[in-house]
Design a protein around this ligand. Structure first.
Ligand SMILES: [Zn+2]
Length: 248
């Protein structure tokens, strides 16, 4: 069976001199792993289409057990990311997170849109990479069955409080008046970072990356978002560790 789809290459692995295996976040089938024969021939359009962080149109053949790339044409290679090691590493972390959270063998329209937009905004450079990272993480978690409840304080239902806390294990917020009743890991997010987190989760998609946060508040947002992922998904991300080690 042959079908056409488009997708972002989120992993590549060489297997033989001319062959490789790639993992693609496709629009129609979610995450799939596919073989490519002759992928390293420079003349082959499949070669350009199958590189990591390349968005391509594919014709894919599926036999009983495997997906095989029949044709591939690169549409977007996100060149600005490839000139900046910090952004490139962050983009690779996005790919690792997608491979953990995006659907498999199911449509992934929204996940693909989020991924492509995040890479585009990151490359463009008019938003802080820290803000792009947290927006991507929190939105991806929310789309993938891990939406925290940041509407109001879990204790008294107040919406605004200067001393608002985020509790990553439960994915809730609790105000300074109620926090004494909660004996768990808590992060003081105040009203600014709480508002930013709400934006990441509840805003219209087209406005997702269009927010700013002061330099002082960015590390708090980053910490809250990372702690949330860490408490919900019990695994380490190698690319995130590498990103931390090189971050300026
Ligand atoms: Zn409260």
């Amino acid at each position: 069976m042959k079908f056409s789809t488009d997708g972002l290459v989120i992993r590549e692995q060489n297997i033989k001199e001319q062959d490789k295996v790639i993992t693609i976040l496709t629009r129609s089938n979610g995450i799939i792993t596919a073989f490519i024969h002759g992928a390293k021939s420079i003349k082959s359009p499949k070669s350009a289409a199958s590189g990591l962080l390349t968005y391509s149109r594919f014709v894919i053949y599926k036999n009983r057990e495997h997906y095989i790339i029949d044709e591939g044409n690169a549409q977007e290679v996100f060149m600005p990311l490839r000139r900046d090691i910090e952004k490139l590493t962050l983009a690779q972390y996005f790919c690792e997170l997608l491979s953990e959270l995006a659907p498999e063998e199911d449509t992934a329209e929204e996940h693909l849109r989020l991924a492509l937009n995040a890479l585009y905004v990151l490359g463009k450079g008019n938003r802080s990479p820290t803000v792009v990272k947290s927006a991507f993480e929190l939105r991806l978690m929310s789309m993938s069955g891990y939406m925290p409840n940041l509407i109001c304080c879990d204790g008294c239902a107040c919406y605004e409080h200067e001393m608002m806390y985020f509790l990553p294990e439960k994915g809730i917020i609790v105000c300074g008046d109620c926090i004494g009743n909660y004996n768990q890991h808590k992060i003081l997010t105040g009203s600014g970072v709480t508002h930013a987190m709400r934006h990441c989760i509840y805003s219209e998609f087209k406005k997702l990356f269009a927010f700013n946060l002061t330099k002082d508040a960015q590390p708090v947002l980053e910490y809250a978002s990372e702690e949330y992922i860490h408490s919900q998904i019990n695994r380490k991300f190698k690319t995130l560790e590498f990103y931390r080690s090189i971050k300026s």
